[in-house]
Design a protein around this ligand. Structure first.
Ligand SMILES: [Zn+2]
Length: 337
């Protein structure tokens, strides 16, 4: 049935707007089946956000919602890089709390009580700026069970996640009035359980799972910033949120084998030179990583003003190595596995 309906999308040329309108039908599988017809049309250059048409993911299965697809700029009309994983109509994993993501979360219609974990890839402001907003915003939602927050352990130059959050909302923190969210005395009714995860070396951390998903953590290279890529296995499907990284040691392609979806920051164009290449992968490198990981779908988030307008060049560089489904993400889109 989905295939039949999807044909309608193709007939209407599978444009951005029709894909958006039919996004609950435009699943990953159908997208792959028709990628030669469709993916070439899935070229998003405008923000998807629409007040008139509230976004929604499908009510069944696993969906990735793009809470923010932008970078750090103040003039791109996009929230910073953040993602939400919906499992059977419940938003269970939040990846990064970038500036603007709390508003997008609100717009997504997600229920904070459904959330099992917040995963932080690293502690740059561009990925964590809204963390206090999520905490304060959750005060009245009636949550009772603890909420896990996983983020990178520190280094000589960078705070670990527990210390970072302590400096934000701890008793001596900038927002000390939120400190009881870190205790069982929380007036909000729930406690944040913050855990540091190894972010250096080549050890794969695999210490968390529940009835809905299993998490792993892979240290990756993002300049000198302790940074983690987060693979999540959900039933027989897998997603890797690779975030910001330069893949200098091949970490992602070492570990992300046969993933269904790979989500990567597309922050620099193929022509980038200099220090930014210590921070981010080039499109051609993204293509190599996606091919090595045997990814079936590649979502490019964290799109910056450096890369906007150069999508055809980026696509060409990626498709030298990787030819499956390729998505240039925009805020609030949902992509089904
Ligand atoms: Zn970063």
């Amino acid at each position: 049935m989905r295939g039949v309906r999807f044909t309608k999308v193709l007939v209407t040329r599978c444009t951005f707007r029709t894909l958006y309108a039919f996004r609950t039908l435009c699943t990953f599988r159908t997208l792959c089946e028709v990628r030669t017809l469709c993916v070439i049309s899935v070229f998003f250059s405008n923000p998807v956000h629409s007040q008139a048409e509230p976004p929604f993911c499908g009510t069944e299965g696993v969906w990735i919602q793009i809470l923010g697809a932008g970078g750090t700029e103040l003039d791109d009309s996009q929230a910073g890089p953040s993602y939400l994983v919906w499992i059977d109509n419940e938003a269970r994993i939040l990846i990064d709390t970038a500036p603007g993501s709390a508003l997008r979360y609100d717009e997504s219609g997600a229920n904070f009580n459904d959330l099992d974990a917040i995963l932080l890839t690293h502690l740059h402001a561009s990925h964590t700026g809204d963390f206090p907003a999520f905490v304060e915003g959750s005060a009245k939602v009636g949550r009772e069970r603890p909420l896990l927050v996983f983020g990178p352990a520190g280094s000589d130059d960078y705070l670990d996640t527990q210390s970072f959050i302590g400096r934000l909302i701890g008793p001596m923190g900038a927002y000390a009035y939120l400190a009881d969210f870190l205790t069982y005395r929380s007036s909000a009714g729930y406690k944040l359980n913050v855990r540091n995860v190894p972010a250096t070396g080549r050890r794969r951390w695999t210490r968390f799972g529940n009835d809905h998903f299993r998490l792993a953590a892979i240290p990756v290279q993002h300049g000198i910033v302790p940074t983690i890529a987060w693979p999540a296995d959900i039933g027989d499907q897998s997603i890797v949120f690779a975030g910001d990284f330069n893949n200098a040691k091949g970490a992602i392609s070492d570990f992300a084998h046969d993933t269904d979806v790979l989500v990567v920051s597309h922050a620099i164009p193929e022509s980038a030179r200099g220090d930014v290449r210590e921070q981010f992968v080039l499109p051609s490198q993204i293509g190599k990583v996606a091919a090595a990981a045997n990814a079936r779908m590649l979502i490019l988030g964290h799109r910056t003003n450096r890369t906007r307008g150069l999508e055809s060049m980026s696509r060409a560089a990626i498709e030298e190595h990787y030819t499956d489904a390729l998505i240039f993400a925009n805020d609030l889109e949902c992509w089904g596995l």
